[in-house]
Write a protein that binds this ligand. Structure first.
Ligand SMILES: *Cc1c(COP(=O)(O)O)cnc(C)c1O
Length: 367
């Protein structure tokens, strides 16, 4: 079976270094924050080309805290997209605000800037674009709209470590950028993890307090915070993985480029990637008609697929109270109905990429 993702391959390759990293934390005895988390923060900030990275304990916490740090809460609206993982909207609700959806662009599958202005109301405080599958949203347009309407921009970069637009890194273009280190992400911890990056000294200071119960000194709580601190072991593990993230991203891109070539004549629809973009290739997602049957054919050939995501957020039962209906966001709905993700990870062999492409080609012949 060719899996969609093979975490064990990466862990096996790094096992001695990971063992040493965990041992260093056991010897040092600082299990929450501490020197390994601090050195990871410095390296991740440098990687994102931002002065600050604040390490937290999940991508969800990073989104929630970015919203709170920006002063967003009850009565506020945050504009985001329905084609994302549930955490994006959940974080907005956790902060006490209301998610307002706009449709995605049919080419790059990220927030369509042309839809934003119609969704802005006097309550709108922030834009929360999602860099879906590892490709950045159209940040130039989004930032221009945000400047006109004085909105905060928070990038959901949980799938886009190292993605770029015109040479600028994901997370560094908005006021804050949020990352997840869930094990399956391009940079994954051995457990939960996340970070907020920012160019603002003031926001970084607030974020550092928020993750630690809003304290500016022991038992002096100046903000209403929470416990969202990163574990020492995750800081040590992620520091090891920082040595490989660029090579892994390039390996993902090479495999994606091979898929692009091999699938060129098949009836599949791929996202458009602007010439000045660096796609981090978290997922190799494409659209096909008769998606479920194509997935079954691949499965019969021993090839796993995933669907990111089968139901857009505005149609999720838990968010029915937002009052959206089927048909409200046709581009997102069409993507959800036709998308599938092929196996993609840095250790995937070229032979396996070819096998997946051949199986997909056969699936169409038999379809
Ligand atoms: C993974 C993910 C999150 C949430 O990250 P966790 O670390 O799982 O909390 C948020 N947004 C997007 C787009 C994601 O892919």
């Amino acid at each position: 079976m060719i899996p969609v993702l093979d975490l064990q391959a990466q862990i096996n390759a790094l096992r001695p270094e990971l063992d040493a990293a965990v041992a260093a934390v056991l010897d040092g005895g600082q299990f929450i924050l501490g020197p390994h988390v601090e050195s990871f923060e410095r390296r991740f900030a440098e990687y994102c080309a931002t002065p600050h990275a604040v390490a937290v304990n999940s991508g969800t916490a990073s989104l929630y805290m970015a919203l709170v740090a920006a002063g967003i809460g009850r009565g506020d609206e945050v504009i985001t997209v329905p084609m994302t993982f549930i955490a994006t909207a959940a974080a907005i609700e956790l902060a006490g605000a209301k998610p307002v959806f706009v449709d995605i662009d049919p080419g790059r599958w990220t927030m369509d800037p042309a839809r934003i202005e119609a969704a802005i109301t006097p309550r709108t405080k922030a834009l929360l674009p999602v860099h879906l599958y590892g490709q950045m949203a159209d940040m130039d347009e989004i930032m221009a709209i945000a400047r006109i309407h004085q909105l905060v921009v928070i990038e959901d970069a949980c799938q886009a470590h190292g993605a770029e637009l015109a040479g600028r890194r994901a997370g560094s273009l908005g006021h804050m950028g949020c990352f997840s280190f869930y094990p399956g992400k391009n940079l994954g911890a051995l457990g939960e993890g996340g970070a907020v990056v920012t160019t603002s000294d003031e926001l970084a200071k607030r974020l550092r307090m928020l993750r630690n119960w809003g304290q500016d000194g022991k038992y002096n709580h100046v903000l209403k915070g929470l416990n969202a601190r990163m574990d020492g072991i995750q800081g040590a593990v992620l520091s090891v993985k920082m040595n490989y993230i660029e090579a892994w991203t390039e390996a993902r891109q090479a495999r994606a480029a091979l898929y692009d070539r091999l699938l060129a004549d098949l009836p599949v629809r791929l996202p458009s990637v602007p010439a000045n973009a660096r796609h981090a290739r978290h997922c190799y997602s494409l659209c096909v008609d008769d998606r479920d049957r194509v997935c079954e054919r691949l499965e019969a050939d021993g090839i796993a697929t995933a669907i990111h995501y089968p139901i857009p957020l505005h149609l999720q039962p838990a968010y029915a109270d937002l009052g959206y209906a089927k048909g409200d966001f046709p581009v997102a709905e069409a993507l959800a109905a036709t998308t599938l993700s092929l196996p993609l990870y840095p250790e995937l062999s070229e032979a396996d990429v070819r096998e997946v492409a051949n199986s997909l080609a056969r699936a169409f012949i038999r379809a």
